[in-house]
Design a protein around this ligand. Structure first.
Ligand code: ADE
Ligand code: ZN
Length: 323
């Protein structure tokens, strides 16, 4: 099986309904009953309702050990699908909502990364994110904690959330702080915002990759620019279909972006919400975009080369891929 690497997955969004219920039970926490459907899966109707369901599920993660368990559980599932590297988005804002400090949330995630490495040899690293719809002030607070509390597993800074709120320029102070401290950054753009949202991000934020970026396809000059500048796209086809952005895998622009020369990667985003996994994304991409084993290996190579981890680890991972 082809070795895989993932750059775009939200840690709180990796916890399965079963794990969310288990954490809530052991914490004696009441979850909002509207979090789940009658079949036990997460209940949401559209992208904005998904963001709200995500918050309700994340409210079950209430301690350092919960973060450890969520991280370990996710990385062990990835390892079983021959994944060698995962860069996970953490959200200090979600942790804070549950009374977990910045340092504590990293402590828990790092412990999960260590446990998974010991048991499966998979390597995890962390991208700390702010949430766009929480506004620029909170983003700057996250960036300040990010630069003043370094951790060996934290490799970059990013932003998720509702692209329709505020503008990339509003978040320039937060991103500049991270960039000036020597970190690379990524921003969700061109998911529920159109190509102009990507253009705004390129114009105002010091990013090295784009979260999604898929709607660049609506502007051929932009696609050309992304390909020329080799800006890696963290594509998440299963997520985009699940949230209704495209009707099917066949109609998703993955193949067209690849053919246009863009640096593409495959990612699961929030796997249990979208009934997917990193292995499922690779398998479905192979089927729908007619990718050979060599093509899939190139996608993993793209991800490893675009990762924010240090050069020594990157070389180790690239040689593991080629073993
Ligand atoms: N947070 C978690 N998943 C997200 C997504 N797909 N887009 C924006 N923000 C998110
Ligand atoms: Zn995302």
């Amino acid at each position: 099986m082809v070795k895989k690497a993932e750059l775009h997955v939200h840690l709180e969004g990796t916890a399965t309904p079963a794990l969310v219920k288990q954490l809530a039970a052991r914490n004696g926490a009441e979850l909002d009953p509207s979090t789940f459907k009658s079949d036990g899966e997460f209940a949401w109707t559209d992208f904005w309702d998904f963001l709200s369901c995500y918050d309700k599920a994340a409210a079950a993660i209430r301690s350092v050990d919960d973060y450890r368990l969520v991280t370990y559980d996710y990385l062990s599932r990835c390892a079983k699908e021959d994944t060698i590297y995962v860069e996970m988005f953490s959200s200090p804002d979600h942790a804070a909502e549950c009374g977990i400090s910045y340092a504590e949330h990293l402590e828990g995630i790092a412990a999960g990364i260590d446990d998974a490495f010991k048991d499966f040899g998979i390597i995890g690293r962390i991208i700390v994110t702010c949430v766009r719809h929480f506004g620029a002030e909170r983003a700057l607070e996250v960036a300040q904690k990010f630069v003043t509390t370094p951790h060996p597993y934290v490799v970059g800074f990013g932003m998720g959330g509702d692209e329709a709120q505020f503008t990339p320029e509003d978040f320039a102070p937060a991103f500049s702080l991270a960039r000036q401290a020597g970190y690379r950054t990524t921003n969700h753009a061109g998911e529920f915002g159109g190509p102009e949202s990507i253009r705004d991000t390129l114009d105002h934020l010091p990013i090295s990759r784009l979260g999604h970026g898929v709607r660049a396809i609506e502007d051929s000059l932009l696609v050309e620019e992304l390909a020329d500048r080799k800006i890696p796209l963290e594509l998440c086809p299963g997520s985009n279909i699940s949230t209704g952005l495209y009707p099917s895998r066949g109609q998703h622009p993955f193949r067209r972006l690849l053919d246009a020369g863009c640096v593409v990667t495959l990612n699961s985003d929030d796997p249990p919400f979208f009934a997917t996994s990193i292995g499922h994304e690779y398998a479905e991409a192979a089927k729908h975009y007619k990718l050979s084993g060599t093509d899939l290996k190139k996608i993993t190579e793209n991800a490893l080369k675009a990762s924010f981890c240090d050069g020594t680890l990157k070389e180790e991972l690239l040689s593991k891929l080629n073993q």
